[in-house]
Design a protein around this ligand. Structure first.
Ligand SMILES: [Zn+2]
Length: 285
């Protein structure tokens, strides 16, 4: 008799424990996916490349670049609610495959409100396939031009570069779309792989920002002293693969940011980086 009571008690405790565990997972998912009126920015760990997702406070989704593989699709699935499988805007900063490749799978899976790119020509199979697929699916195409503003209710995204009336350079990095995302007092600068040689084309409009997506994976060809001191970011995120063959991030670039007090995060060491903000305060997760 005693043994039966002990057996039942023990199993009841196990059942209760299982119930509590299941309930917390369900609640956790619900709380995680439920609209929280905050802005989230994920800088995904896609290896040597860039892919960032912004969820605005009013639940609009903006994807900037898709990284070098189709891995980004699983990452989007993990953070977007099941009932909201739509990207309001996709921005391709430039045509190189470490930014463009993942978007081919993204546009296959998600309805896209608008596709923003520079319109520059570039002879790469991936890029040509992506642009022709965007046209075939009749996704509205927008050419990003300096001073364009994308409005997302209480947030906005300002295009600082390039200028589409000017002839484009043959170097895709040099026509990277540079833009600032604003939500109340919070701002983040997205830079693609823009090299220092092109900074004079937009540096006058750079203001103090909270966060910068460090241009060109921390390469010494980007992030001049002038850019770093104009932006004075508190936080910098670098998208790169561990032991990449380029030696990114270059030490002098790391030093330059640290000299203005920027705290750097890197996807090869920190994994996917998430920033959450209410427009006044923000934290890095
Ligand atoms: Zn790149």
């Amino acid at each position: 008799m005693f043994n039966i009571v002990v057996y039942l008690r023990r199993h009841r405790i196990e059942w209760i424990a299982t119930g509590v565990a299941v309930l917390s997972v369900v609640l956790g998912l619900f709380i995680h996916l439920y609209p929280d009126n905050l802005t989230h920015i994920w800088f995904f760990n896609v290896g040597q490349g860039d892919a960032s997702l912004i969820k605005t406070a009013s639940n609009q989704y903006i994807l900037i670049d898709g990284g070098p593989t189709d891995e980004v699709v699983g990452m989007l699935d993990a953070v977007m609610p099941m009932w909201h499988r739509k990207l309001d805007a996709v921005i391709l900063t430039h045509s190189h495959s470490d930014h463009a490749t993942g978007l081919l799978s993204v546009i296959d899976r998600y309805p896209i409100g608008a596709f923003w790119y520079s319109g520059a020509e570039y002879n790469s199979e991936t890029y040509k396939a992506l642009i022709s697929e965007v046209s075939r699916q009749e996704i509205p195409i927008q050419l990003a031009n300096q001073n364009d503003t994308l409005l997302f209710k209480e947030s906005k995204l300002e295009i600082l570069f390039p200028v589409i009336e000017k002839p484009f350079s043959n170097d895709p990095n040099a026509v990277s779309i540079v833009n600032t995302f604003h939500y109340k007092n919070f701002s983040m600068l997205f830079t693609g792989d823009i090299p220092t040689s092109e900074e004079p084309g937009f540096i006058a409009s750079i203001q103090d920002v909270d966060v910068i997506k460090v241009p060109h994976h921390g390469s010494r060809s980007a992030s001049s002293n002038s850019l770093v001191s104009a932006a004075k970011p508190e936080v910098g995120v670098i998208g790169l693969g561990a032991d990449n063959s380029f030696g990114h991030p270059h030490q002098e670039v790391v030093d330059r940011y640290q000299a203005v007090g920027t705290k750097l995060y890197r996807t090869d060491q920190d994994g996917t980086i998430e920033i959450v903000t209410d427009g006044q305060y923000y934290k890095v997760l």
